[in-house]
Design a protein around this ligand. Structure first.
Ligand SMILES: NC(=O)CCC(=O)C(=O)O
Length: 261
């Protein structure tokens, strides 16, 4: 099955959800010219890393962002891996990835498991405790958030359960761009899956972000790569390649889980 993907590599306005909804709408309209099946947004795209003001600007139970994505999904007839949002619930604020199908249904929510201390996430956010597996178009996918890609065992636990493509939503800073690229290519090769990674562009008071959203095939070839500016990265993926590559080098059959998890 072939699917057209569009990543909205946004420049996120710091702590300004209204401006970010407006900008996402503008980019989405542009992305729709390519007729994508799935649109991907970056991490914390409504607020950025304005963590000290989360009490004021976080989205209570992600209601506003879910409403925005459901309405866009139905209007444009497109699935969303809708980035992540600062989601305030009864116990605290989570960094929550949202998956919405083109008929406007909330398919999955994944709360970031690994909090990134270098950007103070552990001081303001609560970690999740569930997997990022979800299904769209009768295929299995996984969605994770930024720092999660440094934990190959976490990613493997999703592909071992059938994920054929890994969606990564991120705010990855420019100084570690070489890590971003190397880690994503490694996750694609070792898991023999597509990797669709949507980063943000621009800067906030503390970081310059890398951009360079990437779409990588299950052989580790980069199919599309953005530059550092705001824009749309779009290409087609063919999920049949996952089956072919897994048959050619049967990594999943050859695993020895008795020796490791
Ligand atoms: N937002 C994040 O999780 C950033 C992760 C990161 O920069 C890294 O180097 O890892």
């Amino acid at each position: 099955m072939k699917l057209k993907i569009a990543c909205l590599q946004m420049d996120i306005a710091f702590g300004d959800p209204i401006k970010n909804y407006e900008n996402a709408t503008k980019l989405l309209k542009k992305a729709m010219e390519q007729k994508p099946d799935i649109v991907v947004l970056p991490e914390l795209w409504t607020t950025g890393y304005d963590l000290t003001r989360l009490e004021k600007i976080s989205d209570k139970n992600a209601i506003e962002t879910i409403k925005f994505l459901k309405s866009a999904a139905k209007n444009f007839h497109v699935h969303f891996v809708g980035g992540s949002v600062a989601n305030q619930d009864e116990t605290g604020v989570k960094n929550t990835l949202l998956v919405i199908s083109k008929d406007g249904k909330l398919v999955h929510q994944y709360n970031k498991l690994h909090l990134f201390r270098l950007m103070d996430e552990h001081l303001y956010l609560e970690a999740g405790n569930e997997k990022g597996l979800f299904e769209l178009e009768n295929h299995q996918f996984a969605g994770v958030i930024c720092y999660d890609i440094r934990f190959p065992e976490w990613i493997r636990s999703h592909t071992a359960e059938g994920a054929e493509a890994l969606f990564v939503v991120a705010e990855w800073p420019a100084p570690r761009l070489p890590h971003w690229k190397a880690l994503l290519i490694a996750r694609a090769i070792e898991n023999q899956c597509y990797v669709i990674a949507c980063n943000r562009s621009g800067s906030d008071p503390n970081n310059q972000f890398a951009g360079h959203s990437l779409i990588i095939d299950p052989w580790g070839e980069v199919l599309a790569e953005a530059d550092e500016h705001e824009g749309i990265l779009s290409t087609e993926i063919d999920l049949d390649r996952v089956k072919d590559i897994r048959k050619n080098i049967p990594v999943f059959d050859d695993r020895k889980p008795g020796f490791y998890n």
